[in-house]
Design a protein around this ligand. Structure first.
Ligand code: C5P
Length: 317
């Protein structure tokens, strides 16, 4: 996560800007328990980082500001650029941790993850901002502290730091890597209208009431990941939020059906939705499934490999 390349090199000039990349997450298993007194649901989830990315560039500036960039398909109106922006909240939290009051930065977010799609794009921005500022200002924040700050910002932010494939417990913030020997390929089908995560959790409560057993990660899924067998993984995918998401957005069933018809091995609602995920044999198969989906009227699907690394610095030179 945070490994300075030249820790002993004091002669380096201070860097003027740093770019960090963070990946989208999906949940291969999302087990949800009953609402707790803090307004959260206990989770037993298996996260996987997939190859859709946010690139966050930070540069010294007298005042804080956030700027959004990306394809025209991104719904920029749905993202706040004021103090509610999660990247900015991450920056403030890091400053708070180090007692920094006299520095600020321009934060530019190049978005490649659909907004409000159940892919944790905002969490990726927060995680990338934490590492980018840590590097820019050479703060040497420990991995432990970064994970702790991330957990305060949102349930999915620690996993965005970690990447790969990991179990998430607590309300999703307690992350632990798991053995994953697969090279998986996903077709990601974004949806025009986002679904707000709290709305989907609320509807889960309405549908399931309080009589919900504590969630668990199935051993079967761990074994499928360790073997790298895609047919086995296809049988293990599960999402407790699929039912409320589909109840709120019945049209998503058509996307799931079209994915099956196009030849996907398995279909899954991503997190709280509405993005739909299609598991494929390999890259060539994923391209075929994407074309098959387009033939059925579902344009704009993306092909993504997994697992991919957590936050890391990138250079455009
Ligand atoms: O943690 P995060 O800010 O991403 O969560 C957004 C909202 O999603 C929470 O305010 C809560 O309503 C809901 N949530 C939940 N249980 C979780 C994670 C999120 O109820 N484990």
């Amino acid at each position: 996560m945070n490994h300075p390349e030249n820790p002993g090199d004091d002669a380096r000039p201070a860097r003027r800007e740093v770019t960090v990349r963070a990946a989208a997450k999906i949940n291969l298993h999302l087990g949800v328990g009953a609402l707790d007194e803090r307004g959260y649901h206990p989770l037993a989830t298996v996260y996987q980082a997939i190859g859709l990315y946010e690139d966050v560039t930070v540069a010294d500036q007298p005042d804080w500001s956030v700027h959004l960039r990306g394809e025209a398909t991104i719904d920029f109106d749905a993202i706040p650029v004021d103090e509610d922006n999660l990247a900015l909240r991450a920056a403030r939290a890091l400053c708070g941790h180090h007692g920094i009051t006299d520095r600020a930065a321009r934060v530019e977010i190049h978005k490649g993850i659909p907004v409000a799609g159940g892919l944790a794009g905002g969490s990726a921005d927060a995680a990338a901002t934490l590492l980018a500022l840590d590097r820019l200002w050479e703060l040497q924040t420990t991995d432990e502290d970064l994970l702790r700050i991330a957990a305060e910002l949102g349930s999915d932010v620690p996993f965005a730091l970690l990447g790969g494939t990991a179990v998430g417990l607590g309300h999703g913030e307690q992350v632990q890597p798991v053995e994953d020997n697969g090279q998986w390929w996903w077709v990601v089908v974004p949806s025009n209208d986002g679904l707000a995560t709290p709305t989907v959790y609320r509807h889960f409560d309405e549908l399931r009431g309080s009589d919900v057993p504590p969630p668990e990660v199935p051993d079967e899924l761990r074994r499928a990941l360790a073997t790298g067998d895609v047919g086995w993984l296809a049988d293990c995918l599960h999402n407790d939020l699929a039912e409320p998401a589909l109840d709120l957005r019945p049209d998503l069933q058509r996307t799931l059906d079209a994915g099956r018809e196009a030849g996907a091995l398995a279909t899954l609602v991503s997190g709280s939705g509405p993005t739909v995920l299609l598991l494929c044999e390999d890259q060539a198969h994923a391209q075929l499934v994407r074309l098959g989906l387009a033939d059925r009227g579902h344009d704009g699907a993306l092909v993504a490999p997994a697992p991919v690394p957590g936050v890391h610095e990138v250079s455009y030179e």
